[in-house]
Design a protein around this ligand. Structure first.
Ligand SMILES: *[C@@H]1O[C@H](CO)[C@@H](O)[C@H](O)[C@H]1NC(C)=O
Length: 357
C-alpha cells in the first residue's frame, strides 16, 4: 500500500475518533455524580506514609507510593464507561479492610478531557489517591486491523498492553480491572495472588472453554504460527481481571510481543476478536491461576440474543458484566436482568433533573 494512502486512511480514523469522542463527552457532561462516603483503614492496617495525592496537577505521578503496603489498581477511564468505573471504585473501597492503602491508576485517552475526568472523580471521591495517565490512542490505531467500528469502540481496550510503560517504573505489581465490574471482597487478597517463579500475570483460567475457536483455521493450519502453543497447555482467560508483575513484563518485552501478533493479524486474519487473542497468544498456558470467584464473568448477557446470564456455581468475590449488555443501560431502559439489582446500590449517578416542565 502506498504510504500516502495509509496516512490518509489513518487520518480518517483519527478524525472520526475525535468526532465520536466529542459527542460522547458532551453526553457525559450532563452526568452528575453523588459524593461517595469516606472509607477508613481498620486499626491493624499497615501504616501508610503517603499524603493524599489528589491535589496533584494533571498527569503527575510523583506522589505514587511504591510501597509493598499499597495495593495498586489500574483501570481505563473514559466518558462512556465513567458510570461503571465510579461504581467499581466504590465497590473496591467499600470491601477493602485498608481502603486508604489503595492507589488508583487511571488510563485515559489523550483525545478525552483529562481535566474534566479528574474533576468528576475528585468530586465523588475527595479522598481517593489516584493518578491519570494519558494514552496515545493514535499509536494503537495503526495496529488495529478490524473494522472501523470496533476501533472506534475503544482504543482504550488496548491500553492494558501498555500498562508497564505507562505506570511508574518503581511499581512492581498492579491489579488491572475492567470498568464493568464490582468487587464484593477485599482486593488486597486478589493483589496478593502468588505469581510463582516466573509468571508475568495471574488470572482465572477456563480450561473447558474451546480454545480452538478463538483463532481462525488459517492460524491452526499454519505450523509456523500454531507451534507457538507447542510447549504449553493453553487455556482461555479473560483479560478484564489480571494481576500483573510489571518488572517481569518489562524484562520480557511483552508489549512488543503482543504488537507483533497484532501486526501479523493486519496481514492475515488469525483471530476474530479484538484485544483478547494477542494476550492468549503470548500468555495462555503460562499464567498463574486465580480462583474463579474473582471473575464471575458474562453477566452482560448473551451477545446474540441479549439473554440474561446467571452466576456460575461457587463463591463470588467479583461480578463482571462482560458481554454486550451493561447493568446501567438495562436499568435505565427499565429492562434489567435479575443480577443488575446487585449493581444498582453502587451507582453514584444522580437521577437526571427534567429539562423541561
Ligand atoms: C472447538 O471449536 C472448533 C472451531 O470453532 C470446532 O471445529 C471444534 O469442533 C470445537 N470443539 C469442541 C470440542 O467443541
Amino acid at each position: 500500500m502506498p504510504l500516502h494512502h495509509h496516512h490518509h486512511h489513518q487520518y480518517h480514523h483519527l478524525l472520526l475518533l475525535h468526532l465520536v469522542a466529542a459527542t460522547v463527552f458532551a453526553a457525559a457532561a450532563h452526568q452528575q455524580f453523588r459524593e461517595a462516603p469516606q472509607f477508613y483503614n481498620s486499626p491493624d492496617c499497615p501504616p501508610n506514609i503517603a499524603n493524599n495525592n489528589n491535589g496533584d496537577d494533571h498527569y503527575s505521578t510523583s506522589s505514587t507510593v511504591c510501597s509493598d503496603h499499597v495495593v495498586h489498581v489500574a483501570m481505563t477511564l473514559d466518558a462512556t464507561y465513567l458510570r461503571g468505573s465510579m461504581a467499581a471504585i466504590l465497590s473496591i473501597l467499600q470491601h477493602s479492610a485498608c481502603p486508604e492503602n489503595i492507589d488508583f491508576h487511571f488510563i485515559t485517552s489523550d483525545a478525552s478531557d483529562g481535566a474534566s475526568l479528574r474533576r468528576t472523580l475528585a468530586a465523588s471521591f475527595p479522598y481517593l489517591r489516584f493518578s491519570l495517565y494519558p494514552f496515545r490512542s493514535s499509536s494503537v490505531l495503526g495496529l488495529i486491523s478490524t473494522s472501523i467500528r470496533s476501533a472506534l469502540d475503544c482504543p482504550l481496550n488496548y491500553a492494558r498492553n501498555y500498562l508497564p510503560h505507562l505506570l511508574p517504573l518503581c511499581l512492581r505489581r498492579v491489579v488491572y480491572l475492567d470498568s464493568d465490574l464490582l468487587l464484593v471482597d477485599d482486593i488486597a487478597k486478589l493483589s496478593a495472588t502468588p505469581l510463582g517463579p516466573s509468571s508475568v500475570l495471574a488470572a482465572p483460567e477456563y480450561c473447558n472453554a474451546n480454545f480452538t475457536s478463538y483463532f481462525t483455521p488459517t492460524f491452526w493450519s499454519n505450523p509456523a504460527l500454531s507451534l507457538t502453543f507447542a510447549d504449553r497447555r493453553p487455556c482461555y482467560f479473560n483479560t478484564g481481571v489480571m494481576v500483573i508483575d510489571l518488572h517481569r513484563w518489562r524484562a520480557g518485552r511483552y508489549t512488543s510481543k503482543i504488537e507483533e501478533w497484532m501486526e501479523l493479524q493486519k496481514r492475515m486474519r488469525i483471530y476474530e476478536l479484538g484485544s483478547l487473542p494477542p494476550f492468549l497468544l503470548v500468555f495462555a498456558g503460562n499464567i498463574a491461576p486465580v480462583d474463579h470467584r474473582w471473575n464471575q464473568h458474562g453477566l452482560g448477557g448473551d451477545n446474540f440474543r441479549g439473554l440474561c446470564r446467571d452466576l456460575h456455581p461457587g463463591p463470588v468475590s467479583l461480578l463482571h458484566w462482560s458481554g454486550k449488555g451493561k447493568p446501567w443501560a438495562r436499568l435505565d431502559a427499565n429492562r434489567p436482568c435479575p443480577l443488575d439489582a446487585l449493581w444498582a446500590p453502587y451507582d453514584l449517578l444522580r437521577p437526571p433533573f427534567p429539562l423541561d416542565s
